[in-house]
Structure formats: C-alpha cells, structure tokens
Design a protein around this ligand. Structure first.
Ligand SMILES: Nc1ncnc2c1ncn2[C@@H]1O[C@H](COP(=O)(O)OP(=O)(O)O)[C@@H](O)[C@H]1O
Ligand SMILES: [Mg+2]
Length: 257
C-alpha cells in the first residue's frame, strides 16, 4: 500500500486535559474511500479524536495529515473548506429553523460568500444561491425527507433530527465525513435506515467515512476497518474479523458489549 492512498494519517496524537490523558500517542490511517470505524468504551477518547481531526481540539503532540496538510496547524473554520464535515454526538442544529434552512445555513457558513454581492438580487450572487439550493434539495431527496423539508427541526422526532444532521454535513459536499454515534438512541428501523444512508454516501458519492458507533453488529457489518481505543490508547486495529477475534479487544470492550 503506497502512502498516497491514505486520505488521512493520524500519527502519535496526544491530548491531555489537566491530568486526564484523553489520547496517548494514537496513530492510524484512513484509506481513500473506506469506512473506518472507531470503537471503544465510554471515555476511551473517540470523540476527542474526531475533535482533533476537525480542529475543535488541538493535540499537544502529534500530526494529522490530510492531503499533505497537517490539520493540527489549520484553523478549525478552514478545515470544513478542505472537504471535512462532521456530525456531533449531541445533535447540534438550529432547532428554530426548517430542515431546508438548516442545510442552506450550512452552505452559507462554510462556503465562499460575499455579503455585499448577495444584497444584489440579480447577478452572480443569485446564481450562486440557486446552485446552493439545488445541492441542498438533492440531499433532502436523497435522505427521503422531501415531504418534511419545511418542518421546524426542533419539532422533529430524535431519529429524524439525526438524519437532518447528516444532511447538514452532506451539504458541505465533504470528501471526508466524520460521524459521532449517528445511530445512538435510535430504534432498529431507524438504525437500519441510517446504515443504508451511510453505505450509499460511501458507495454512490465516494465519500470516505470515519464512524464512531457502539452497535457492534452494525459496525462490523458496514466498516472496512476498525480502530479500538481504550483509556486513550489504541488497543486494536484491523478488519472486523480481526477485531472480533482479538483477545485484548474482547477483554477490554467486546466481552462486556
Ligand atoms: N473538553 C474536555 N475537558 C476535559 N476533559 C475532557 C474534555 N473532552 C473530553 N475529556 C475527557 O477525555 C476523555 C475522553 O473523552 P471522549 O473523547 O469524550 O471519550 P468517548 O467519546 O470515547 O466516550 C474522558 O476522560 C473525558 O472526560
Ligand atoms: Mg464520545
């Protein structure tokens, strides 16, 4: 495997909060086009890892290489424009706005915009608005929420809000999608829908996915390779079959799951 087939290379990442070591010298690679899961018990450092990749946290040590750039040195607001989008463990949406407006807002916040030009109704700004709208409508169709696109997000049931959050991330047209427990708290049917969307995003849109998830059946089904964290340390890394049979992983995590 040549180095340039890796979209993301995490090397030696160390993140401390006071006396707590959230991540200790963690390293792994994400291949272009794969679904890469991160699993492990609560407090293992999974969310912290995503926060380091998305620039929300700065590790004290280590590198995160993405397309030749060290993300630990890139301003967090620039990271989205490099093609990296994420969802949050606790849903973060504008609850007073509609689905459509949440997705449009994502494009306006993260994409190039010129507020002076956008005051002129005709011209490039309006063409840009139409283009944004077409992309957002396509995502809404894809996620099968066209019939409720004008609904206020705060009034939606939890499973649908998680789906809208995925839509918001997709509105950035990411190359790399970071999903923090996208199926947590869902019923079986909602989980299966979400798994289908993630697989479609991956297969049809060619998006590389890093997925944190606790449902081991689903993780082992849909991911190509799995990283296992425990107390901030990587204790396993391999295909789902490798991981299922790894004694250290079974002892630390799978045995109790
Ligand atoms: N902002 C923070 N301030 C202090 N401690 C934190 C912060 N974020 C995470 N931690 C700590 O880092 C460790 C890993 O947390 P987290 O990455 O959320 O784990 P996971 O997502 O695997 O459950 C935990 O001990 C947690 O308390
Ligand atoms: Mg977490």
């Amino acid at each position: 495997m040549s180095l340039d087939s890796f979209l993301l290379t995490v090397e030696d990442v160390t993140l401390n909060f006071g006396g707590t070591a959230a991540l200790s010298n963690v390293g792994f690679q994400v291949r272009q086009g794969e679904i890469r899961a991160i699993i492990g018990p609560n407090g293992a450092g999974k969310t912290s890892m995503l926060n380091c990749i998305s620039g929300f946290y700065r590790p004290q040590y280590g590198q995160i290489c993405y397309k030749g750039q060290d993300l630990t040195k890139v301003a967090s607001h620039k990271i989205a424009s490099l093609g990296i989008a994420r969802t949050f463990q606790n849903i973060a949406l504008y609850t007073g706005l509609s689905i459509l407006d949440n997705l449009m807002a994502a494009r306006h916040i993260h994409m190039k915009q010129n507020s002076a030009a956008s005051m002129l109704y005709w011209g490039p700004a309006q063409r840009e608005e139409i283009a944004h709208r077409a992309i957002v409508e396509e995502i809404i169709d894809f996620l099968e929420i066209a019939h409720i696109r004008k609904a206020i997000v705060g009034a939606l049931p939890y499973g649908l809000r998680k789906r809208v959050e995925l839509g918001r991330a997709l509105a950035l047209e990411p190359k790399l999608l970071l999903l923090d427990e996208p199926m947590a708290g869902m019923n079986v049917e909602e989980k299966e829908d979400m798994a289908r969307f993630i697989l479609d995003i991956h297969e049809r849109r060619g998006v590389t996915v890093v997925l944190i998830e606790h449902d081991m059946g689903l993780v082992m089904d849909i991911s190509d390779r799995v990283v296992v964290l425990d107390f901030g340390v990587k204790i396993g890394d391999g295909t789902p079959d490798d991981i299922k049979n790894d004694k250290k992983v079974i002892q630390a995590y799978l045995g109790q799951a």
